[in-house]
Ligand binder design. Structure first.
Ligand SMILES: *Cc1c(COP(=O)(O)O)cnc(C)c1O
Length: 441
């Protein structure tokens, strides 16, 4: 090609050099964090609950809910939330299909069925597709505030009230975020989330569950915390009192106090760090405003909502505005300009994984997802096909408002879009994406 403009065709890269490490480094760990962890080590407090209980108190206050319980990870906190609401054999739980597996795969542990609904253009649960999924067996809706975007809670809560369903919020991507002025994690009956080291609220390997309901709190505690399943904590659930001292889920879910110590430190600075991330990310997207083919996944902050710590920021991709250029090829061209940080997809849609089609956990010769159901929910998975074609791509997750660097990265995206006709695209128009967040990046 003569005089190519794009790096993928041999031209100079838009961002040839490396940014300062602090621009993307996360979590931000200081000597204060190191000292807190060292104290746990020196005092051999890995397994106790004193630091964890202090974290729970502070987190509940910050979250604006009465109770918080820390767990070894987010998956376990969400499993406990399912037990807390009494999810059981034959029950159905509705979940958006595009999310991390740990939002809903645990239904299998209760003989319950995951039912998938579509996402909307913001990659968030589409409230308009929820009622289609409701049957007399529906017990709960699992709402995911995906990629920091607050799910549309007003219509979701209205549907939940109309059909008398529990709402669990998976806040793993959106700790501290707001929906119309109110914190996500305070809408549903119960909320649970990951505080894993790659997440927005990052504290090693940790999970946390919050609720205002004493009974849900006690059930969630008894499920995975043998050492707190006793008369000090379980005071109102009469039906649980015969079972003190053993974790009722048959698995231990206690937090490692190294992580509770880290979480206490992160909590102290979390809001101010997120505010800077929002300023940086909003600036980045403002610079790309009006370009064809790409739209930010973000909310209008003047509505009182926000993107929390903007975990795993993505844009929505519209190939029809770029002469059909596939999202895979688009991302490849951007990566040629900036080196990394632009990958297609987000999570694959869960309804497409064989785990939800054929896997037989109970070893009874029947797919576990529907083993105790009087219908075959798999037959409706095809209705989630539209979600498979909601294209998206990741963008750099700026941790600091460094205007100059943000402008350079934005310029790379602009350059690819403005010269997209230069890209020969014979790539298969595949969905792109991953089952978990760590490959490809
Ligand atoms: C990470 C994540 C989980 C699970 O949390 P872990 O701490 O990794 O067990 C659950 N839901 C979502 C949406 C997640 O991103």
């Amino acid at each position: 090609m003569e005089n190519p403009k794009l790096a993928i065709n041999g031209a100079a890269r838009a961002v040839p050099d490396s940014p300062p490490e602090s621009l993307f480094k996360w979590p931000i760990l200081t000597e204060e964090d190191e000292a807190a962890v060292l104290r746990v080590v020196r005092e051999n407090k890995f397994s106790g609950t004193d630091i964890t209980e202090e974290f729970q108190r502070q987190f509940a206050k910050w979250q604006g809910r009465k109770y918080a319980i820390a767990y070894c990870n987010g998956t376990m906190s969400l499993t406990s939330a399912m037990f807390a609401i009494g999810l059981g054999m034959g029950d159905e739980i509705i979940c958006p299909t595009k999310t991390y597996w740990g939002s809903v795969s645990q239904a299998i542990n209760f003989g319950a069925t995951a039912v998938f609904c579509n996402i909307n253009e913001m990659l968030s649960m589409d409230p308009a597709d929820i009622e289609r999924c409701i049957t007399p067996k529906t017990k709960a809706i699992m709402v995911v505030h995906y990629f920091g975007y607050p799910a549309d809670m007003d219509p979701i809560m209205e549907i939940a009230r109309k059909y008398n369903l529990y709402v669990i919020e998976d806040v793993s991507h959106a700790q501290g975020g707001l929906y119309k002025g109110k914190k996500v994690g305070t809408f549903g009956d119960i909320a649970a989330m990951s505080l894993m080291s790659g997440k927005s609220f990052a504290a090693g390997e940790l999970g946390v569950l919050v609720t205002d309901d004493r009974k849900l709190y006690e059930r969630a505690m008894a499920f995975a915390h043998y050492e707190r399943n006793n008369a000090n904590y379980i005071t109102e659930c009469e039906d649980l009192k015969d079972y003190y001292h053993i974790a009722l889920g048959g698995a231990k879910g206690r937090a490692n106090q190294l992580c509770s110590a880290l979480a206490l430190g992160q909590l102290k600075y979390y809001d101010e760090r997120c505010a800077e991330i929002r300023k940086a990310m909003n600036y980045f997207w403002d610079l790309l405003d009006g370009l064809p083919g790409i739209r930010p996944i973000r909310v209008d902050e003047s509505t009182g909502s926000n993107m929390a710590g903007w975990y795993c920021p993505h844009g929505a991709y519209h190939p029809e505005e770029l002469n059909g250029l596939s999202v895979n090829k688009f991302c490849e061209a951007v990566r040629a300009e900036i080196g990394d940080k632009c990958w297609p997809g987000g999570n694959f849609c869960l309804h497409t994984h064989k785990f939800f089609k054929t896997f037989d956990l109970y070893n009874i010769g029947k797919p576990s997802r529907i083993a105790y159901s009087d219908r075959d929910a798999r037959e409706e998975d095809d209705l989630c096909k539209p979600s498979e074609e909601m294209w998206c791509f990741s963008v750099p997750w700026f941790k600091h408002f460094d205007k100059e660097w943000i402008e350079r990265y934005a310029e790379a995206f602009r350059k690819v879009i403005e010269n997209h006709m230069e890209i020969f695209d014979d790539a298969e128009r595949a969905q792109g994406g991953r089952w978990h967040g760590t490959s490809n990046e």
